[in-house]
Design a protein around this ligand. Structure first.
Ligand code: T46
Length: 293
């Protein structure tokens, strides 16, 4: 058994940083659910304290820092997460705990399955028993290896409010494909360290649908359907903005430390972008003429 640390490749430019994660390519499974923890009460809180029978996960500390305990029933290992471009793979049958959250930390988790309370193993003795049963069938003894993988690769608008599940530890928002997100989540990307005064975007898409969530801080989104413009502020980690393909978009007025998280219906494809405003207006007109709008 291994604990794998992924180092993703940030796409930094003069505007700031952007990390894009696609299922199978960057995340080693199909992304069915994404959840994030924020407003964690203090550094004494310990979250997790369970293992999973079915769910595989990738944990990314998208803002701030925390520590992750991995326990395979034989050994324990604590790994810090403190860079928004680093991810830790949490396999099935691994006891996990998250703690030592710095103030303002946002921990983002990609999950391979939808939420199912029955697949959790919450009792530590039961976990050890299940591990022993699995070991008796295993050929090689389990051991820890921290393997660093550098991944070198590389008008319709709706504001929705997601359930913010608060408890004594802090807040958690979970988003499942087809339920909270109206499409299959094929890619997730996030922008951070955005330079003051920058305007990002300035393009439309031919077919991509997206949900934008300002998971930390705030920003504004300008939407333009070719005949009308609308400015939507995003300032709550439990509010999402659905943006359909045929919409010119600009993101600006990022507060210091803002993190904009985006769920995308398609893998990255430069040929889907319309970067010229005149071309965008023709695209919208043509769609109207064809009765597609
Ligand atoms: C959108 C708005 C809201 C990738 O390699 N993969 C990706 O998935 C993305 C999104 C970007 N990149 C690369 C391409 C560029 O070299 O990252 C760099 C920055 O991307 P871009 O200039 O397109 O970033 P924004 O902030 O202008 O636009 C992004 C999305 O691209 C776009 O789909 O709707 O956010």
């Amino acid at each position: 058994m291994q604990v794998v640390k992924y180092v993703f490749q940030p796409h930094g430019d003069e505007r700031g940083q952007l990390v894009a994660l696609e299922e199978i390519k960057d995340i080693p499974f199909k992304i069915k659910r994404v959840y994030y923890m924020y407003d964690t009460v203090d550094e004494k809180i310990i979250r997790g304290k369970h293992a999973h029978r079915e769910v595989e996960q990738i944990l990314v500390c998208i803002h701030g820092s925390c520590k992750i305990l991995f326990d395979d029933g034989h050994e324990k290992k604590i790994i810090p997460l403190e860079k928004p471009y680093e991810g830790l793979y949490m396999p099935k049958y691994m006891w996990g705990e998250q703690f030592d959250f710095a103030p303002g930390t946002v921990l983002l988790v990609f999950a391979s399955e939808l939420y199912d309370a029955n697949e959790y193993i919450r009792d530590y003795d039961e976990f050890l028993k299940l591990v022993a049963e699995k070991d008796s069938k295993a050929i090689t003894p389990p051991h820890f290896d921290l393997e660093i993988k550098l991944i070198q690769k590389w008008s319709t608008v709706k504001k929705c409010t997601f359930p913010a599940r608060g408890d004594e530890f802090g807040k958690l928002t979970a988003l499942e494909e087809f339920k909270d997100i109206p499409f299959k989540i094929k890619r997730v990307y996030y922008m951070y360290d955005t330079v003051d005064g920058v305007v990002r975007g300035k393009h439309a898409h031919k077919s991509l649908q997206q949900i934008l969530v300002c998971i930390h801080g705030s920003c504004k989104i300008l939407l333009d359907n070719g005949s009308e413009k609308k400015i939507v502020p995003l300032e709550k980690p439990y509010e999402g903005l659905y943006v359909a393909n045929d919409m010119w978009r600009e993101m600006y007025d990022f507060s210091p430390g803002a993190v904009l998280l985006v769920f995308a219906s398609e893998l990255y494809d430069e040929s889907d972008y319309i970067r010229d405003y005149g071309e965008f207006l023709n695209f919208v007109k043509e769609r109207k003429n064809n009765g597609e709008n």
